[in-house]
Design a protein around this ligand. Structure first.
Ligand code: PMT
Length: 407
């Protein structure tokens, strides 16, 4: 039995050649025991026929807002209430543009505006169209605006126009698996205690100055939110940042220095089942904190630094039975080897590697690109994605591994 069984799926099809693959997607959902209804644009029906769609879905196709003969007269509203999720595959540049700008001039775009549940969007188009700044901007608008809208990354390969590049729609089997696994969430982590650290630490020099770093806290906060969305009890120990959590169930402890972060992490690790250290903890702090503001007198000012405790090292070495510990590694050279050394030395179950050299990864950026490594090697080589989507990948992997090991 799949997680999809008995779910109500609306599949939206827009006018691209990949529409032929959507027929396989309909079959996969039907085979899994779902109810499927299809909404297609006029252009989509240049590529696939109503007869095929209706035969496979075993439901009447909706392609015209004004068509009669449906059970309910206001089809787009009735469908948005009926459905558990909307899967738009393929999503053309035109459709994505309309969705980003609130245009509703046919059955599919009208349904999209009325839809309040999870939406999966699988773009498909020529490589240059996909990379066009207008299209990318529209994708970013949608990602920012809708928390429950998930873009399914395109693939690289041969395109229908005869060229090579990214822009190919993800394979139907993978779209199906992704949608199914989303139904698996929300409760997977009930009664599981998670400790997450996020953000930078500030190491005081005097009452007005500190040594810090560029961490915004976004990556760790996205992980804490995602864990809480999955039903876990989450304790977030967070360095200085203006960012907030969207899930009000995250219990947050704000700290400033590494010493403070250590204290709260060690305390909360006692009954944590899963620990994830995404914070950028300063390795050194001033040996002495001046009690008054340091005056500008000499040409040079030397500040003696002393080593901070390595919180993750301590947590990993004291790992309890049934505890799962995940560290991050921010590397600039020999990245995989260095991450593996940290995984081993700190006794971790996973290490999440991100690179300082990658313009789409690391500190203070909306995106990240991670490689997840365990003791046997690389478990996931991710693409550059929003930090929220990266958090989903990380959390899904942790849940799977944690459940395999301890449940
Ligand atoms: O906050 P954002 O702007 O979203 O950026 C996210 C991020 C880049 C901060 C995040 O993805 C990340 O990589 N965090 C870890 C950064 C880091 O300190 O890496 P590291 O390789 O120096 O440390 C390895 C691990 O040891 C980390 O899990 C770190 O939390 C931990 N550590 C490090 C030093 C220390 N004294 N105590 C620790 O616990």
């Amino acid at each position: 039995m799949t997680n999809c069984q008995a779910k109500h799926i609306v599949i939206g099809i827009s006018g691209g050649i990949a529409a032929y693959k959507t027929l396989t997607l309909i079959r996969l959902f039907k085979k899994a025991g779902c109810e499927v209804k299809v909404v297609a644009t006029r252009n989509a029906l240049e590529f696939v026929t109503p007869l095929t769609i209706e035969t496979l879905s075993q439901n009447k196709l909706c392609s015209d807002l004004f068509e009669t003969g449906f059970e309910h007269s206001v089809q787009h509203i009735a469908m948005s209430e009926w459905a558990d999720c909307l899967v738009i595959a393929p999503a053309t540049a035109n459709l994505i543009g309309k969705m980003a700008h609130g245009i509703a001039d046919d059955a599919l775009t009208t349904l999209f505006l009325a839809f309040k549940k999870p939406i999966f969007v699988a773009p498909a188009m020529n490589h240059d169209m996909y990379r066009n700044p207008g299209v990318q901007e529209n994708i970013e608008i949608l990602k920012r605006r809708y928390k429950d809208l998930h873009f399914i990354e395109t693939r690289t390969g041969a395109l229908a126009c005869g060229t090579e590049g990214d822009g190919r729609m993800e394979e139907p089997e993978n779209i199906f698996n992704l949608v199914c696994s989303s139904f698996h969430q929300g409760g997977d982590l009930e009664n599981v205690n998670i400790l997450v650290s996020a953000g930078p630490t500030y190491e005081a020099i005097d009452p007005v100055r500190f040594i810090g770093n560029h961490s915004s806290g976004q990556m760790g906060i996205a992980i804490a939110d995602e864990m809480a969305d999955n039903g876990a009890n989450v304790c977030l120990v967070c360095g200085p940042t203006h960012l907030t959590c969207h899930n009000s169930n995250v219990s947050r402890i704000n700290v400033s220095s590494a010493i403070e972060m250590r204290k709260h992490c060690v305390e909360n690790a006692q009954n944590a089942n899963i620990i994830i250290m995404a914070a950028a903890v300063a390795d050194y702090r001033p040996a002495v904190v001046a009690s008054q503001k340091i005056k500008k007198s000499d040409e040079n000012l030397n500040i003696e630094l002393t080593k901070n405790p390595d919180i993750l090292l301590e947590l990993g070495r004291n790992k309890k039975e049934n505890q799962f510990v995940v560290g991050f590694a921010l590397e600039s050279e020999n990245e995989i080897e260095n991450a593996k050394v940290k995984l081993h030395n700190k006794n971790l179950d996973f290490i999440v590697l991100n690179s300082v050299n990658n313009p789409k990864a690391g500190f203070n950026k909306p995106t990240n690109q991670v490689t997840i490594i365990d003791k046997d090697g690389i478990v996931l080589q991710g693409k550059a994605k929003s930090k929220e989507d990266v958090a989903k990948d990380i959390v899904n992997l942790i849940i799977k591994r944690y459940n395999n090991m301890f449940k």
